[in-house]
Design a protein. Structure first.
Length: 521
């Protein structure tokens, strides 16, 4: 059978556009086609990146100049905390955030523009670009056979064959549907409503001078801002040209269908004094929603030369903006597999590496989900979120970002060592999740849940002293020692909160004590 393409990418959004650019940079002359159903420049979520994904965009894909000139630099993640009545003005809310632009860059992205620009870049690099057609009649090959599908557009129907089929079709999940891969999230039931607004008030021009001075006049407006409440949070993400993305994420009753209308969404937002202040003069441009955000997959990559990236694979939660991080890992793995296959590497060796990459992605997804499952009750308390933030961010830098910046995830030996520790890492995360939940119940029982939510500021990196060393070579022992420091720092402060009336000082624990099934309080 004649094979038309080396690689067909189905889906020309951010995941597919980035993958096309990466493959063509790695393999010039590759016969690659990008198929995107809609050519409309629609607003899309996934506008906020963090350090791992930004390193991918800047280092791997050479998009630094584009991002600084055409998108917005990001001033970190920023969290505000309200009183129980949701009545505090912005300047009186407690805050976790920065007072300077971060050492490692990140960006706020207008997806409509970014996705279109990526497709243009891919075409300029030699990709065939097909916009406006529907991919159908997918037949995935097995045992070395090519993949086949049809593209239907107003001009007719075209048959396509390809050696590699890479699915970036988003939640539509072309391959996931064909293979029955999609896994429903069993416990983390969260919904979201969002939209874009014009004329949102400038957060850097609100409140008294003391409010701006406490962050040394750094731009809060360039941050991804979170307004945090028990069970849900509201985001504000600045985009270019005076547009701001605003959304809510949470568990029921945020899934009330009434909130999904423009009027219902606005009424919900206006029930929060600080949010209402920011939106007072604003105009809504669109309103969109998902009834359920999180889902998994049984498989990311196949030795039969197909793979998934972005939301075509799985989605965890938008808190901490991890979506593009997953795209970075998935695209790196797919690019490496395609290059090895087309470079003539032994098929059995490629299959073994495919299985290794697939297992690591499933581990990475499960680790991410443990940040969220059963943890949304912490969101409304500054005191609890300070602890969770320190735990989550420090481990993110220590275990995930630093290794990515050194390309350790492409080293088979490193991956095997990490996977040998999988159950211990996941157990430690479960243990800390249970510890945080114990602290939440204690504060609620004592009527203390809201006690730190007014007037305070916490520097987000206060307990993370190694940011500038992230990405530099370290021994495995150094990584483990830092992990132990992180565990004990958060453990001891949480125990002090729980034991503050007892007056007994808790003792530090060895690293292994956190990694077995045990109660930490």
């Amino acid at each position: 059978m004649r094979v038309d393409l080396d690689v067909a990418i189905v889906g020309g959004g951010m995941a597919g556009g980035l993958l096309a650019r990466q493959l063509l940079r790695r393999l010039p002359g590759l016969r690659l086609a990008l198929f995107e159903r809609s050519g409309a420049r629609d607003y899309r979520v996934g506008e906020s990146t963090v350090e791992l994904a930004s390193n991918y965009l800047v280092r791997r894909l050479a998009l630094s100049r584009y991002l600084y000139e055409e998108q917005l630099p990001k001033n970190g993640l920023r969290y505000f905390f309200d009183d129980e009545e949701r009545s505090l003005p912005l300047a009186e809310m407690s805050e976790i955030g920065s007072w300077n632009l971060p050492f490692h860059p990140a960006f706020q992205i207008d997806r409509a523009r970014f996705d279109a620009d990526l497709r243009r870049m891919a075409a300029e690099a030699g990709a065939e670009l097909h916009v406006g057609g529907r991919v159908q009649a997918l037949a995935l090959g097995e045992g070395g056979a090519p993949h086949r599908f049809e593209v239907r557009d107003p001009a007719g129907t075209r048959a396509v064959t390809c050696r590699w089929l890479l699915d970036a079709s988003g939640r539509a999940g072309l391959v996931a549907k064909a293979k029955g891969l999609r896994v429903k999230e069993p416990t983390h039931h969260i919904s979201s409503v969002w939209g874009r607004f014009e004329r949102v008030a400038d957060v850097d021009d609100l409140g008294p001078e003391a409010f701006r001075a406490r962050v040394r006049h750094t731009s809060r407006g360039l941050s991804t801002i979170h307004f945090c409440y028990p069970g849900y949070w509201i985001w504000f993400i600045p985009l270019r040209n005076g547009v701001t993305s605003v959304g809510v994420v949470g568990d029921p009753p945020r899934d009330d269908p009434g909130i999904r209308s423009e009027a219902g969404f606005r009424a919900f937002l206006d029930g929060h004094a600080a949010v209402r202040e920011l939106l007072r003069e604003s105009r809504a441009l669109d309103t969109q929603s998902y009834a359920q955000l999180a889902y998994g997959t049984t498989q990311y990559f196949s030795a039969d030369r197909w793979g998934l990236t972005g939301e075509a694979a799985a989605f965890a939660d938008p808190l901490y903006s991890p979506g593009a991080d997953f795209i970075a890992l998935e695209n790196d793995f797919l690019t490496d597999l395609v290059a090895r296959d087309l470079g003539g590497e032994d098929a059995r060796a490629v299959a073994e590496r495919t299985a290794l990459y697939d297992r690591f992605m499933r581990f990475r997804y499960e680790a991410a989900m443990l940040l969220y499952r059963g943890q949304y009750g912490l969101l409304g308390s500054q005191e609890l979120m300070r602890l969770k933030w320190d735990f989550d961010l420090a481990l993110y830098y220590n275990l995930w970002v630093s290794s990515y910046m050194q390309d350790q995830h492409l080293d088979a030996g490193w991956l095997r060592r990490e996977l040998r520790q999988e159950r211990f890492v996941l157990q430690a995360m479960r243990n800390f999740g249970a510890l945080f939940e114990t602290a939440r119940r204690r504060l609620l029982d004592e009527g203390s849940y809201w006690r730190r939510n007014r007037g305070g500021f916490s520097f987000g990196l206060e307990f993370i002293d190694f940011v500038e060393a992230v990405g530099l070579p370290r021994t495995r022992r150094q990584v483990l020692e830092k992990t132990g420091e992180i565990f004990n720092s958060v453990y001891l402060r949480t125990r002090e909160l729980l034991d503050e009336r007892a007056g007994a000082a808790p003792e530090a624990l060895p690293l292994t004590s956190f990694m077995v099934d045990r109660r930490l309080a």
